[in-house]
Design a protein around this ligand. Structure first.
Ligand code: ADP
Length: 502
């Protein structure tokens, strides 16, 4: 199924989408909150109310006592107001009089407040404390309970008793108000949850949807598409990674096309030559042995070129799939490099190249000597090919700290910095190289890279366009091998041969 088909499908409710999940989570959270509030109100409102009311009565009693003891003139007014505000019945009894203030809205006679006071009075008389309180249930339910409180005020002749009776249940209006409020709170909470869920999910999903749209465009080959991660750090990072991936894809696509063009060109040129010279032999030079032989020689050399290309292709593919036999041994890299140098000395005399060798002390390394020589030969033959008019080439060995580094330095065309990492890729040939039409397969460095990787060697190139290049690799040095045994075989060699990798 194509990605656009998915995007264009009619939208069903997708329970695993961020939008639905956020909406459901918020709604669930709000509903749990509301349910909790309703349970609290329904089951604990009475108990909570009673507790609060009792504390309130005790506080009021303390305040009334303090006012009474002060003997202020406004005492009566204060107690009337206190009884009214708190909806309670207050009685103060001293040697001279009994004062009653009823703000409870209940008739003391009908409710039997006198009995309550007699009972609590006898409890206060029997108690060591200055105040007592009890809850009286006058009916079958909690809603008919009331708190009866008594305390002694003052001492000696001025002693008085304070009684407070307070209903311990919220009145119906209060209950209705609370329930009404809860209804509103429920509605507000659910609305806020829906709004927040919608806003949040839109904020989160809109950058993701943008990224998906851009990714779809990219999958259709539009490399100019930009990924925008909006305000979130995570989506911004994703967008940055996708922008990088898109850039790399564009580059890879470009290089693949380049490579294909190069390979086709390299295969086509010798084939065209072979065909042309074969036709020439048939039409023109067939009867002239001298000319025919010259033409046949060209056909042979073009066939050899084709053969080299195909051999290199096979070689790189075998090396990259690790399908090669390595003959590891301990050998002196300095000596091997000198052998390579000597094989290029001929060029010096014949074609005017100046190849300089800067050896180091013997540097023993473990590896396949002939393959490492193949790498060095490739570096030097490239230096020869790409050295341009400046025909100075330096082969240098540097030994330090259990490492030995081989450098092949030329002062030729150099490699543009953005192409340097690609020269190690299969079939890659730099743009400048193509313009000059220098013969090559674009496989030499890919083969070298595979060989060096098999030796776990470091390698690289330092190059500046127009100034030259320094191709190098570095290997670990090992101890000098022990002298040969009586069969003329190196002991270390024997050991190494048995370890030879397939
Ligand atoms: P080729 O057969 O084309 O030389 P290589 O794999 O050996 O293939 O090299 C790949 C490309 O790297 C070359 O085509 C060339 O463009 C570039 N290159 C390699 N060595 C040098 C060098 N010493 N100077 C400049 N360019 C080089």
């Amino acid at each position: 199924m194509s990605p656009d088909k998915n995007l264009n499908e009619p939208k069903k409710l997708d329970t695993s989408s961020i939008k639905t999940t956020t909406l459901l989570s918020f709604l669930m959270y709000a509903m749990i909150l509301v349910a909790f509030l309703w349970v609290l109100t329904s089951f604990f409102l009475d108990t909570y109310y009673q507790k609060m009311r009792t504390q309130e009565v005790i506080r009021t009693a303390d305040a009334v006592e303090a006012q009474y003891l002060k003997g202020s003139t406004g005492f009566d007014k204060y107690v009337v107001e206190t009884a009214e505000i708190n909806g309670i019945y207050i009685q103060i009894k001293n040697f001279e009089e009994t004062l009653e203030y009823n703000g409870s809205g209940i008739s003391p006679e009908k409710a039997g407040f006198a009995d309550d006071i007699t009972r609590i009075d006898s409890r206060l008389a029997a108690s060591d404390t200055d105040s007592v309180a009890e809850t009286r249930h006058t009916g079958s339910s909690d809603s008919e309970a009331r708190l009866v409180y008594a305390s002694r005020i003052g001492s000696g002749h001025d002693t008085a008793s304070l009684y407070i009776i307070s209903p311990l249940y919220p009145d119906q209006i209060t209950i209705r108000i609370v329930k009404n409020m809860l209804g509103y709170i429920t509605f507000i909470l659910l609305s806020i949850a829906c709004f927040l869920a919608y806003a949040l999910s839109r904020r989160i999903t809109s950058p993701i949807e943008n990224l998906t749209r851009s990714a779809t465009e990219l999958s259709q080959g539009n490399y100019n598409v930009r990924f925008d991660g909006a305000a979130f750090t995570e989506t911004k990072e994703l967008a940055r990674a996708l922008n990088k991936a898109s850039y790399e894809m564009e580059r890879t696509d470009f290089y693949q096309r380049e490579i294909l063009a190069n390979v086709s060109h390299d295969l086509k040129t010798p084939l065209t030559m072979i065909r042309s010279y074969a036709e020439k032999i048939i039409d023109i030079s067939g009867d002239n042995p001298e000319k025919r032989n010259a033409d046949l020689q060209i056909i042979i050399s073009e066939t050899e070129r084709l053969n080299r290309l195909v051999t290199d292709m096979l070689s790189v593919s075998n090396l990259q799939s690790n399908n090669v036999e390595m003959h590891r041994e301990v050998f002196d890299l300095a000596e091997a490099a000198e052998d390579v140098y000597e094989s290029f000395m001929v060029l010096g005399s014949s074609q005017g190249y100046e190849v300089h060798f800067h050896p180091c002390k013997p540097a023993y390394v473990m590896g396949d000597r002939s393959r490492i020589m193949q790498v060095m030969t490739n570096f030097v033959s490239n230096a020869v090919k790409y050295s341009g008019d400046n025909k100075f080439i330096d082969i240098k060995l540097v030994k330090s700290n259990k490492k030995v580094t081989f450098h092949c330095i030329d002062h030729g065309v150099g490699i543009p910095s953005d192409e340097q990492s690609h020269v190690w890729d299969k079939y890659y040939r730099t743009s400048a190289n193509h313009e000059r039409d220098i013969e090559g397969t674009g496989l030499g460095l890919a083969i070298s890279k595979s060989i060096l990787n098999l030796h776990s060697a470091k390698y690289g190139v330092k190059s500046e366009e127009g100034k030259g290049s320094d191709f190098w690799f570095e290997m670990d040095t090992v101890r000098k091998p022990s002298p040969k045994n009586k069969n003329g075989k190196d002991k270390a060699d024997e050991q190494i041969q048995s370890d030879t990798e397939k």
